[in-house]
Write a protein that binds this ligand. Structure first.
Ligand SMILES: Cc1ncc(COP(=O)(O)O)c(CNc2cccc(C(=O)O)c2)c1O
Length: 462
């Protein structure tokens, strides 16, 4: 017997709460699933259903749910200083300690942190910071930031403009001026007839072409997610990022790595830039910094930019009320302590990440799976109508059939959250997952692939 009146909650929800990225009318016709509790890798909804959270909330609950040491740290901070701002030459202890901690765990070129409240605000900070950097250096014409199609960098005007999602640009007259896009390094989408390594170089060359098209003296920076998350877990070839770095160095443009998803251990490193062999000037962070327990985001500011802003820039006229929020920073400090003490990064790098990679790749033998790949604790597989000799010869389902959503429903109804981006099925589980839980998760995914296959066969879609 549920202790929640789900129907009553759903009615109030429909009456008053506009959800993000949601067709409110369509949701109102069926009612939202009401989440009420989390513990470890599990969620419970208001009807008592226990669900494996294969998406870590929204790529963020890295240490899992139910960490009372984080809630205790938050409570203690709330009891002493629940808020104070960092404007007007003031600071607070958790913000200072967190800044120092982030410097300690980040790559050596980072000695300064700029706090915001989210990943979007972090990327808005990037736009203003890189343009200010070039202005101070006497090159104010360097305004253009190059990003990628199908990238996701947030939902503020600048964040959504940096992103490369057409559906977002259509609403609100985006992108804002000075933001342009190149193709994404998707071997599946654009690498037919090439080796992965050759495609990585080809995809990176699109950056140089764009720089020359715009005019090298007009370009401020390039921004990219080491692995694109919301775009569908697009894992670039190993040759891509070193070539991007070479091109940025050649033209002296700043490199921004958006690690809102890839940071804080998700790929088996504190920061994915280390894994992909790049030395970014700025790193956007959010999500895993607090495991989503309290909103927090910001930018790791590399010495090249920090030096100019500090020594020559005077007042940088930017910031947010909640920049350096003491409670959020206290949550982050305890979250990072857990990641360190439980050696979660080492586990993802050396044990559970390789195990997940091995087990997840086995799904490629399923008749519905045309391509399965993973890196650390992000993984994706493509549902296809028929499989060819190579991944480029697979035949996709017609998008309108929304087979990904059929599979996602089977997953949810069988006790697991798996994300559908079109017909690409994604997981990004909490870093605390054990090998036994990986086996449990994979068995569930295979079972739901079987259910989906039988379903689409019966509908005559194969
Ligand atoms: C790489 C990246 N950069 C910036 C943001 C924006 O962060 P905030 O949301 O905290 O402003 C993100 C956020 N990522 C995100 C946000 C909402 C939905 C989904 C999805 O996968 O459907 C992904 C992200 O993934």
């Amino acid at each position: 017997m549920s202790t929640y009146d789900t129907t009553a909650i759903q009615k109030l929800d429909t009456a008053h709460y506009l959800h993000p990225f949601t067709d409110h009318k369509a949701l109102g016709e069926k009612g939202a699933r009401v989440m009420v509790r989390g513990d470890g890798i599990y969620l419970w909804d208001s009807e008592g259903n226990k669900i494996i959270d294969g998406m870590s909330g929204l790529w963020c609950v890295n240490v899992g749910y139910g960490r009372t040491s984080i809630s205790k740290a938050v409570y203690a901070q709330m009891e002493t200083l629940p808020f104070y701002n960092s404007f007007f030459n003031t600071t607070n202890v958790p913000a200072v300690r967190l800044a120092a901690k982030l410097v300690q765990i980040s790559p050596p070129q980072f000695n300064h942190v700029y706090f915001a409240g989210s990943g979007s605000e972090g990327n808005d900070t990037n736009v203003r910071m890189v343009r200010r950097y070039w202005d101070v250096l006497g090159q104010p014409q360097r305004q253009v930031i190059i990003s990628r199609h199908n990238a996701y960098h947030g939902s503020t005007m600048a964040g959504a403009s940096l992103g490369g999602m057409a559906g977002m640009h259509e609403q609100g007259g985006l992108p804002i001026p000075g933001i342009v896009h190149i193709g994404q390094p998707s071997y599946l989408e654009s690498g037919k007839g090439m080796t992965e390594e050759a495609f990585g170089i080809e995809a990176a060359s699109w950056l140089e072409k764009k720089i020359l098209e715009v005019g090298a003296d007009k370009v401020a920076a390039f921004i990219g997610e080491p692995i694109q998350g919301a775009g569908g877990v697009i894992i670039p070839p190993s040759t891509y990022w070193p070539e991007i770095q070479r091109i940025c160095d050649k033209y002296g443009i700043l490199l921004i790595a958006d690690e809102v998803i890839c940071g804080f251990g998700r790929l088996g490193r504190w920061f994915a830039s280390e894994l992909f062999g790049i030395k970014p000037d700025l790193i956007t962070f959010a999500k895993g910094v607090t495991s989503g327990y309290v909103p927090l985001g910001g930018v790791l500011v590399g010495d090249r930019v920090a030096k100019v802003l500090i020594e020559q820039g005077g007042e940088f006229n930017h910031g947010f009320t909640y920049s350096g929020h003491p409670v959020a920073c206290a949550a982050a400090l305890e979250n990072i302590r857990i990641i360190e003490d439980e050696k979660l990064i080492e586990r993802v790098a050396n044990e559970t990440g390789p195990y997940l990679k091995k087990r997840f790749a086995e799904l490629a033998d399923h008749p519905l799976v045309g391509y399965a790949d993973s890196c650390g604790f992000v993984a994706g597989l493509n549902l296809v109508r028929s499989k060819g000799a190579t991944v480029h010869d697979n035949v996709a389902f017609d998008e309108s059939l929304a087979v990904g959503m059929v599979c996602r429903s089977y997953m949810f109804n069988n006790g697991m959250i798996m994300r559908a981006v079109g017909d690409r099925m994604i997981i990004a589980p909490p870093l605390i997952l054990t090998t036994a839980q990986i086996d449990e998760m994979l068995a569930l995914i295979r079972h739901c692939l079987d259910l989906t296959y039988a379903d689409v066969k019966e509908r005559g879609w194969l």
